[in-house]
Design a protein around this ligand. Sequence first.
Ligand code: ADP
Ligand code: MG
Length: 268
Amino acid sequence: MTTVLTTENLTKEYQVDETTITAVDNVSLELKAGEFVALVGPSGSGKTTLLAMIAGLLSPTSGQITLAGEELAQMNEAQLTALRRNRIGFTFQANNLVPYLTVRENVELMLRLNGTYNKDSRRQAEELLQRLGLGERLNSLPSQLSGGQKQRVAIARSLIHDPALVLADEPTASLDTALAYQVVGTFADLIHEQNRVGIMVTHDLRMVRHVDRVIQIADGRLEKDTSDRYDIEVMAGLRQPETVIRPALNGKVKQNGYLKDTVAVSLT
Ligand code: ADP
Ligand code: MG
C-alpha cells in the first residue's frame, strides 16, 4: 500500500511564561492509503496539536511531516494553503456549515474554493450526499437538519475534493451513540472505498470499532499503536479481554510471595 503520510520525530513545544509545554513529543508515524485511524488520548494529551501540524496549520518545533511525497517544512504559505485546499479534508466538532447555503451548495463550496468546480461537480456532490443518506435533503438549509444530518454534510464536504488525507476532530461529539456509530461507519466505508487516509480524533473509545488502527497518545507521546483487530475490539468494548490460565515458565511463578504452578495472563 502507498504511504500517504509520515511524521518523523515530530515535536511541538509551547512556551508559556517561563515554562515549556511539550504538547507533542517525538512522534513518528507512517500512514498508508486506505487506513482509517483513530487518534485517542485524554484531554490535553496533544491530539489537536498533532492534527494541526499534520494539516500544515501549525509548524513543528522539530521533526518532519511528509504528505503525498512532499515535505511540509519546505513549503511556503501559499503552497501550504493550496495543499490544504486540494489534498486535505477537514471535519470538526462544530461542523461549520454555511447557514445560508443549501446542503448541496455547502458541499460544492469546497470545489469552488479550490477552483476545480466543473460540469460534473453537482452530480458528484449529489452522489456523495446520497451515499451518506442525504439524497432527500439536498436543498435543505443546515438549520432544517438534525445534528446527525449536519455531521454527515460536514463529512461529505471533507471528501468531495478528492483529498488524500481526511482529518476529523471529534466528529461525533454532538451525536447520540447509535447515530455516532452510523456516521463513523459510513465515514469508514468511504475512506476504504476511496483509498484515502482518515484520521479521527476521539475521546470516546467506543468509536474505534470502525477503525483499522488505534494510535493512543499520552502527554504528547505515542503510547500505543495497534492494528490488531482483537485489541481494537477490546478497546471498543465489543469484547472482554480474555484471561487465560497458562502453565507458567518452569511450572512455577512467584505471585504475592507464594510459588504457584499457574498464573493468570491477560492477553491484552
Ligand atoms: P488535546 O487535543 O489532546 O486535548 P491539545 O493538543 O489541545 O490536546 O493540547 C496539548 C497540550 O498543549 C495541553 O497541555 C495544552 O494546554 C497545551 N496547549 C495547546 N495549545 C496551546 C497553546 N496555543 N499555547 C500553549 N499551550 C497550548
Ligand atoms: Mg483537542
